[in-house]
Design a protein around this ligand. Structure first.
Ligand SMILES: Cc1cc2nc3c(=O)[nH]c(=O)nc-3n(C[C@H](O)[C@H](O)[C@H](O)COP(=O)(O)OP(=O)(O)OC[C@H]3O[C@@H](n4cnc5c(N)ncnc54)[C@H](O)[C@@H]3O)c2cc1C
Length: 330
């Protein structure tokens, strides 16, 4: 079929994995959505895909990740690298990290996504070489594909680092929402008008199907089902069993637009130019990641009678997901 309609969908992807192999797989899945090249995913394609993104500086895709280091002073030297010193050492880079003090354990957790960590290391490289070496050693231990080992030994041998797994991050979040350590990844299938609203939430991270790179000529054009067509739509077949005049009107409109798109490609236009004629209702897949604080803000703004009904529907599903894992929005 040249033209088809699908419903808006919210697909929670869980928390960004702590383990390197799983983390790279998540990034690959998010990244390949942009080019719709998911068919190229194999057992061992993730590492080279993520390294390619890193090399080309497409670091926003690496934001769909989370590395939470637990840093503990295991020696007798008091006070080296306490959590409250870190904000001063990392300076403006703290905007991209979370610190959670683990009182009673003499430890704290320092979280950041892979992009955050890469750029933080660049930032501190010449400013505080001990700190740079210390963090690089820790990150290299857990994410050796992304962080190359430092040739010199790590400083501050009495300070232990370990990785906080996602269960522990979630347990802390439930107990104290201000800890804000896990990163939650969602996939939305929605129209381009709505993705434009979603990406206004700057504290979240996004990777979206690209109308510049994807050529719809052979795939067909998929639009999001407008609400007025819901009564005529069959979920099983993703089609309209009866052709009410309203259904016919929408299909005719869509076919006309798609024909214009194909004509422009036929005249030699690249997809990024031919897309000019595509409608707001074009289906788009977008991965969105963020911490509880960012998602809470999203839900409070968008699950509202002032919001567009379609983003409100999305926000309601996001709300339900968080409530199902014990988080409250009051
Ligand atoms: C009902 C509704 C109607 C809307 N109508 C319009 C409209 O007509 N036109 C339009 O352009 N947009 C509109 N928007 C979008 C709106 O203006 C925001 O861009 C969007 O809701 C994201 O909200 P935010 O900036 O609070 O969230 P985020 O960008 O996720 O920011 C979260 C928090 O981070 C902090 N923050 C992030 N970036 C900065 C920064 N640069 N400086 C300071 N603090 C920062 C703030 O504390 C902020 O609360 C509308 C939104 C809603 C919900």
């Amino acid at each position: 079929m040249d033209v088809q309609f699908v419903k808006t969908a919210v697909l929670p992807q869980g928390t960004a994995p702590a383990d390197e192999a799983d983390a790279l797989r998540t990034i690959e899945v998010c990244g390949r959505t942009a080019y719709k090249s998911e068919d190229k995913i194999t057992e061992d394609s993730a590492r080279s895909f993520v390294l390619m993104l890193k090399k080309h500086g497409h670091l926003s895709v690496l934001e769909h990740s989370n590395v939470v280091l637990k840093i503990r002073n295991a020696g007798d030297a008091p006070g080296t690298l306490p959590g409250d010193l870190l904000p001063r050492l990392l300076g403006p880079r703290m905007a991209y990290h979370r610190i959670h003090e683990m009182r009673g354990e003499g430890a704290f957790a320092l979280a950041g996504n892979l992009r955050g960590w890469i750029e933080t290391l660049d930032h501190i490289e010449n400013r505080n070489s001990d700190m740079h070496r210390f963090l690089l050693h820790a990150l290299n231990r857990f994410f050796p594909s992304i962080f190359e080992a430092h040739e010199r030994a790590a400083p501050w041998q009495h300070i232990e680092t370990s990785l906080v797994d996602t269960d522990e991050q979630l347990a802390w979040l439930r107990k104290d929402p201000s800890s804000d350590l896990p990163v939650f990844v969602f996939k939305f299938v929605c129209d381009r008008g709505i993705t434009h609203e979603v990406v206004r939430h700057r504290v979240l991270s996004f990777t979206q199907e690209s109308t510049r790179y994807v050529n719809y000529r052979n795939r067909g054009m998929t639009l999001i089902l407008p609400e007025e067509l819901y009564p005529y739509y069959d979920d099983e077949t993703a089609d309209f069993p009866t052709r009410d005049p309203l259904v016919t009107m929408w299909i005719d409109r869509a076919k006309t637009i798609f024909e214009w798109y194909r004509q422009d490609l036929g005249r030699g236009a690249r997809p990024e130019i031919a897309r000019d004629i595509l409608p707001n209702l074009l289906k788009s897949e977008i991965f969105v990641s963020g911490r509880w604080s960012g998602w809470k803000h999203f839900v409070l703004l968008r699950d509202s009678s002032h919001a567009h009904p379609r983003i409100r529907g999305i926000a309601r599903e996001v709300r339900k997901h968080f409530e199902s894992i014990g988080m409250k929005f009051d």
